[in-house]
Design a protein around this ligand. Structure first.
Ligand code: SF4
Length: 226
């Protein structure tokens, strides 16, 4: 059964990779250490289209300049000022614009506080979060899972690719199809682990080019749809 195979894979990944290193997951680290939805949202935007190393560099230079990352502080910055701080890995201007627009929206609509939305039922909260400029399904799911402990599964490019190769989803599955399939396969208390360990699998073994099937720890349980 697919569900049993999914849980078996997760158990093997956990024993292979051990405890998750927070320094490999900016958004998760910020969520755990700050418990602040806005700061986690900003961290997630910083991870878009770059690797974690660059995202961490951008976050630290932002933090150095603005020790308190709040909507009111960032809404009053300029795009040039912000982009000069967060350009590690590229797209600094685009990300700065997104962050400023999101900050202004959150200030106007929610008086700068996202905690009320996060208390709403999962799908309602998700819909409202995705109305914030720059917030797509992945960012919304990260906030909901990592800050509000809501049982969703954020899907990034690694999770998407690995889910396909494992035989969990069809070739042209969209974000929502993958999220729903992973929700179906993993019980609520395993969804955070599923998200993190599938990313690690994608980074270390199931790389986009030349997956290392010959040394992959879950090879025996993988459909290898490559
Ligand atoms: S066996 Fe190959 S395709 Fe399957 S998860 Fe491992 S690296 Fe990816």
């Amino acid at each position: 059964m697919l569900k049993e195979r999914a849980h078996k894979i997760l158990r093997i990944l956990k024993s292979t990779f051990g405890e998750v290193d927070l320094n490999e997951f900016l958004a998760f680290k910020v969520a755990l250490e700050t418990r602040d939805p806005f700061e986690t949202l900003v961290a997630t935007i910083l991870t878009q289209n770059t690797n974690e190393k660059n995202a961490f560099k951008s976050y630290f230079s932002l933090k150095k300049k603005f020790p308190k990352i709040t909507p009111s502080v960032l809404a009053s910055s300029t795009i040039d000022e912000l982009s000069s701080l967060i350009s590690h890995g590229g797209l600094g201007y685009v990300k700065a614009k997104r962050i400023i627009e999101a900050s202004k929206y959150i200030l106007k609509k929610f008086k700068g506080d996202l905690s009320t939305i996060l208390k709403k039922p999962l799908e309602k909260a998700r819909t409202e979060l995705m109305m914030i400029p720059g917030v797509g399904p992945k960012t919304a799911d990260i906030l909901l899972l990592m800050i509000a402990n809501k049982p969703t599964v954020p899907v990034d490019t690694h999770v998407m690719r690995v889910s396909y190769r494992l035989g969990f989803i069809a070739k042209n599955a969209k974000y929502e199809d993958v999220r729903r399939k992973l929700i179906e396969l993993f019980c609520p208390d395993k969804r955070l682990e599923a998200h993190l360990y599938l990313i690690l699998l994608g980074r270390r073994f199931c790389t986009a080019r030349k997956p290392k099937c010959n040394i992959c720890p879950i090879s025996e349980f993988c459909a290898k749809v490559i």
